[in-house]
Design a protein around this ligand. Structure first.
Ligand code: PRP
Length: 204
């Protein structure tokens, strides 16, 4: 699913632009994550919740599943806080995966998962789906941990990455803001937004 909403597309344009400051990039990544999460949770199971308003008894609803957010470090970190404003009780499981610059293969360097998954649905958060290696590794890790339902939320994908994730994990639902042209020889998405970690955290 692609977010075609005009707010999402104008935020994404700001994120892409080279001159956009780190502060604005962070703010827009956070906002885009919230919009993606809003879309990706449309089918979240909920159950009736009887309540009493100041005027009458009535019946509302409450979300009935345990949600886990799985930011892929580093770049996925910028997507967590906004989503937690929408669903403060969500658990967060950090997954450290970087791409070997030479081989472009994913290397897991951090994870702290309990023995058994307490999560009904997990949302992998990573702005970039480039070769797809990191997302495929993250989804495999979560499945091995016992997560029954997984969704991927990202800002920009390359066709190669989208294909690879879909082929490796056809059951993982994918929510994105844009599908870009291609990967360059260094594995960067073109036109893309550059290095999503650097743009948010440590760039010039
Ligand atoms: C980037 C990005 C993804 C990954 C995507 O992370 O944030 O995690 O690369 O590439 P792939 O689809 O080819 O696996 P990077 O390795 O640059 O780490 P960082 O977030 O710490 O900068």
């Amino acid at each position: 699913m692609f977010l075609s909403h005009p707010l999402a597309q104008s935020f994404l344009t700001e994120v892409r632009a080279r001159e956009t400051s780190r502060a604005i990039v962070r703010h827009r990544v956070r906002a885009l994550a919230m919009l993606l999460f809003y879309e990706a949770t449309r089918d979240l199971p909920h159950v009736p919740r009887p309540i009493t308003t100041p005027l009458a008894e009535t019946e509302g609803t409450r979300v009935a599943v345990s949600v886990g957010l799985v930011p892929v470090l580093r770049a996925g970190l910028g997507m967590v806080d906004g989503i937690l404003e929408l669903l403060p009780e969500a658990r967060v499981f950090h997954l450290g995966i970087f791409r070997d610059e030479r081989t472009l293969t994913p290397v897991e360097y951090y994870s702290k998962l309990a023995e058994h998954s307490p999560v009904d649905v997990a949302f992998i958060l990573d702005p970039m789906l480039a070769t797809g290696g990191s997302a495929v590794a993250a989804a495999s890790r979560l499945k091995a941990w016992g997560v029954p339902r997984i969704k991927f939320l990202g800002l920009i994908a390359a066709p190669e990455g989208l294909r690879r994730l879909t082929e490796a994990h056809p059951d993982v639902e994918i929510f994105l803001c844009a599908l870009d042209s291609h990967l360059n020889e260094k594995g960067f998405i073109v036109p893309g937004m550059g290095d999503a970690g650097d743009r948010q955290f440590s760039g010039a």
